[in-house]
Each structure stands twice: as C-alpha cells, then as structure tokens.
Design a protein around this ligand. Structure first.
Ligand SMILES: Cc1cc2nc3c(=O)[nH]c(=O)nc-3n(C[C@H](O)[C@H](O)[C@H](O)COP(=O)(O)OP(=O)(O)OC[C@H]3O[C@@H](n4cnc5c(N)ncnc54)[C@H](O)[C@@H]3O)c2cc1C
Length: 477
C-alpha cells in the first residue's frame, strides 16, 4: 500500500490502522503459531461493521490482498499475509445473550473462553471446541469440534444466522431462510465467502459438567485405545471423550512421579444428569487403574480453558490431520509406535469423536462433508524452540503418512496446513463443486483468498460477467 492509500483509508475508519514502523506493528502482526512471520502492509483494528465494509471496499477497489483475522489461532497463520491489508476483528467482542430464546449473538473477534464466560452466567453453553484461546469465527466457519460434539453437534450445527460483509461491500444475513446458499457454504467452507461480523448461536443447558483427563502409562496405549474405540462408539451421547497422546507437564499441580512421562488418555466431558455420573464412569474406572484421574464435577468454562496455560501463544506448531471411520487394530499398532515417538514434551495427538449428534446431519446438508466419520484426528508437533522446527514437522508428517491408508481420505479444514488445492478438494469431497459455484456467486474475483481457498467455478464466473454486461445500458456518443 502507498502512503497516500494508508492515509486515505485511515481517514474513513473508527478503528486504528497499524502499519510497518508503528510501535505496535510487531505485536499486531503476530498470530498464535510462532512459526508464522508475516508482514502485512496494514492491520485495521475494526471497531464496527462500517469499518469492515470500508476495508472490504478499499481492498477490492485498490486490488489489495485482503486477509481476515478472528482469533489469530489458525495453525497455518491464515489470519495474516505478507503485503496484505488485514481486517482484524479482535476488538469486536460484543456478546448478547437472550436467555428466553436461548441464543447468543457473538461478534467475530470473540474467543471461545469469552463466549463461555457470558453463556455460563445463565447456565448455558454454545458448542465450540476444547481450547479457550481459539477464535470463535475461524473455528465456526471451519466446523467447530469440541466437548459438546456428540451431544449437540458441531458449532455449525448450532449456528442460526451469520451477518456477513460480502466481497461487493453489501452487508447481508445468512440463515435457513435468507441467502440459504451462503448459509450452507459458511457452515464449513471457512472464510471464503465474506467477513462474518457476528454469529447467532443456539444455546444449551450446560453448566457444571463431569469431566477432565484420565491418563495411563504410554506402555498401555494399545489396550487403552482399543477399549476407548469400543466405548465411545457405543456410549450415551451425553458422554464425550477425546483420546490423546501427551507428555505430563514438568510442574505443579501434576504429580512429581508423572512429570515429563509420556502418557495416553482420554479427556472426558459428561453433560448428563450429575447423579448418574458415577454410574456412567464406572466402566471407565473399572477397565483399568489410571496413572492420573482428574475427572469430576467442573464448571464448563474451566474444562474449556484447562489446557490454555500449557499452550501459550508463540510456540512452534505444525500439524497434519485425518478423518477416521474405523480404528482397526493395525492402525492402533501404528498409533502406539508414533505416539511413543513424540519428539518434544508439548507434541500431541488428539482424536476427537464426531459421531453422535454431529453424524445425524446429512453430508450434503452443510459444507462439512465427513458426517460418516467417527473421529477427527490431528497430530501436532509443538515446541517453543524454532531450532526444533524440522524435528516436529518430520514427526507429524511421518505419523500422518503411516496412518493415511487407514483413514477416510479427507481431513477437518481447521486442522490442515498449507497443503495445496487437492487437499482442500479432499476436505470437501462431493461438496466441493457446489462450494465453487457459491464462491462464483458471492466472490467471483476471489477477494477472500487468504484461507483454505476454494476458487470460484470458472464457467459460472463467465456466465455472471456476460449477464452483467447484457444488463449494462448501451453506450451512446
Ligand atoms: C491450540 C489450538 C486448539 C484448537 N482447538 C480446536 C478445537 O477444539 N476445535 C476445533 O474445531 N478447532 C480447534 N482448533 C483449530 C481452530 O478451529 C482453527 O485454528 C481456526 O482457524 C481458529 O480460528 P481463529 O478465528 O482463531 O483463526 P484466524 O487465524 O483468525 O483465522 C482463521 C481463518 O478463518 C478466517 N476468518 C477468521 N475470522 C473470520 C471472519 N470473521 N469472517 C470470515 N473469515 C474469518 C481467516 O481469514 C482465516 O482464513 C484449534 C487450534 C489450535 C491452535
């Protein structure tokens, strides 16, 4: 951007524009993953819808690269880009709870923990993820897998409306009755279709839950994983539990004898009748004596933020992902081998169940395709030291490659890195073509392309251009 452009844009904004050389530029351009080091031309801290519209129009008219940042949590750093104008929504944190309608209207800059804080006040929750520092916007637009998935579905299954600034600057509502094609695409299609300024979510009665981690020695992984596979596929939907390989952190409150030990385990969340919790968890506790059992009554926001302090922003992250339909004994053998080889204390593998309520939505009812998968799995190489980057990348890639033949082919869009167009097609499978058509309708010039990009379907872009030209009045001398 030229100096003149920066001055012109700043003069029409309520929010602050931060450019290279400003004292807060280096802080503003940072995202959660310390591996990402992008230098945008300008970052606009939008304060309202008008600021967002101004930025979208300005980027389109001046042919600027445009990036949109919600929580900045995306592992491939898709909230920022070199040379871009960044729409930063992090100052837009309004949350309006309607306890009678049981809804929350949430602005695009909110983090999961902020929404939980607001909804917990009225004894409710909106299904989202498992880390409080994640951005609501990116998580929801990709799908949103979390502690409440088996009971209430993905975040998108609880999205009632989205208020969106489109590529042409129009501000529209997307819902089942207004712009339903856009609403379909937003539920899983990522940031391809516009800037979502606010989301209206359905809330559920989730208050104090029964949850937390139950961990076992890594040598017991095969047995634990086989038991978990059978349990979670048949458990009541009130019970959620994701399987993990991890290393016990080297500090309080973790027991000294476990610190820095590799373990496997399940992070549970039971939302049913508290009086039945002991009975529900009886088979869990009878199956095997764990190394650590921290599962019990806990306010939902505390469970959602339990791991935040262990994974502060700025760490090096590299992850790869799969959807899994069946977890065979052969696949478990490979898991055990690669899980035991985690290269650093923060590296981990999570396997989130997506059966239950999430699987009762049709695979073509929203953009999120893999409704018949039982798990969404992610292997994450993580470490504070950039010198270990190659090591964590290699571990995640080797693990992914070994498991690939045992998986469903695609992956959850929010768990992939920059893996190319073919991988994005695998994410959406037979929904990809419809997404490309909707992209052609709402963003024919691909203004929103700093994302897991779905290019506008070319034939439909041409049809749109011809029909616009036909409607143009004749030019007279
Ligand atoms: C530690 C950690 C834990 C995670 N846990 C979970 C989990 O439990 N469940 C889960 O489902 N995912 C999880 N994720 C993945 C997470 O969903 C993605 O990283 C997601 O992209 C984060 O959204 P964000 O708004 O923070 O990201 P950003 O980096 O801000 O944006 C990500 C993408 O979304 C687009 N975008 C952001 N805001 C908007 C908007 N308002 N309108 C249009 N486009 C927008 C951006 O342009 C970009 O392409 C986790 C990630 C990490 C690093």
């Amino acid at each position: 951007m030229t100096n003149d452009q920066i001055i012109q844009l700043q003069s029409s904004l309520r929010g602050k524009l931060i450019k290279a050389g400003d004292p807060d530029y280096d802080t503003a351009r940072k995202v959660y993953n310390g591996m990402i080091d992008k230098h945008p031309d300008a970052i606009v801290c939008c304060m309202d819808v008008a600021d967002v519209i101004t930025c979208v129009n300005f980027a389109r008219e001046n042919k600027l690269l445009l990036a949109v940042r919600g929580g900045g949590h995306n592992a491939s750093g898709l909230g920022v880009a070199d040379g871009a104008l960044v729409i930063d929504l992090s100052a837009m944190k309004g949350i309006h709870i309607d306890p009678v309608a049981k809804t929350a209207l949430v602005q695009g800059g909110c983090l999961l923990k902020e929404v939980d804080h607001a909804t917990h006040g009225v004894g409710m929750a909106a299904p989202s993820g498992v880390f409080g520092t994640t951005g609501v916007a990116g998580l929801t637009l990709g799908g949103g897998i979390g502690h409440l998935t088996r009971k209430y579905g993905l975040a998108i299954d609880n999205l009632l409306e989205a208020n969106v600034v489109l590529a042409d600057g129009r501000y529209v509502k997307a819902s089942a009755s207004e712009n339903p094609d856009l609403f379909w695409a937003l539920r899983g299609g990522g940031g391809n279709f516009g800037v979502v300024v606010s989301f209206l979510f359905k809330l559920h009665p989730v208050d104090t839950v029964y949850g937390g981690p139950i961990l076992y020695d890594i040598s017991e992984s095969a047995e634990v994983m086989k038991w978990y596979r059978n349990f979670i596929l048949n458990a009541p939907e009130d019970v959620n539990g994701f399987f993990a390989f991890l290393t016990v952190p080297p500090h309080d409150p973790f027991p000294k004898e476990l610190q820095l030990k590799k373990v496997c385990g399940v992070v549970w969340c039971y939302t049913g009748n508290p009086d039945k919790a002991a009975e529900i968890f009886k088979p869990v506790r009878e199956f095997k004596t764990p190394a650590l059992d921290w599962c019990g009554p806990i306010p939902f926001p505390a469970l959602q933020t339990m791991f935040d302090a262990l994974m502060p922003p700025g760490l090096q992250w590299y992850w790869k992902a799969h959807f899994v339909k069946e977890l065979s004994d052969e696949a478990i053998d490979l898991h055990v081998q690669h899980g035991a080889a985690m290269p650093t204390p923060l590296s981990t593998m999570h396997m989130y169940p997506v059966n239950g309520a999430a699987s009762r939505v049709g695979k073509n009812d929203t953009a999120w395709n893999f409704r018949d998968a039982n798990w969404s799995m992610v292997m994450a190489g993580i470490d504070p030291d950039p010198a270990n980057k190659d090591m964590i990348i290699k571990w995640a890639r080797d693990y992914w490659t070994a498991l690939h033949p045992y998986t469903a082919g695609g992956a959850y869009v929010n768990f992939i890195m920059d893996e190319g167009e073919e991988r994005v097609k695998e994410v959406y499978a037979d929904n990809f073509d419809k997404l490309a058509s909707i992209k052609a309708k709402y963003d024919p010039a691909n203004l929103f392309r700093v994302n897991q990009n779905i290019k506008p379907k070319e034939t439909e872009v041409k049809v749109r251009i011809v029909s616009v030209e036909e409607k143009m009045p004749e030019h007279k001398e």
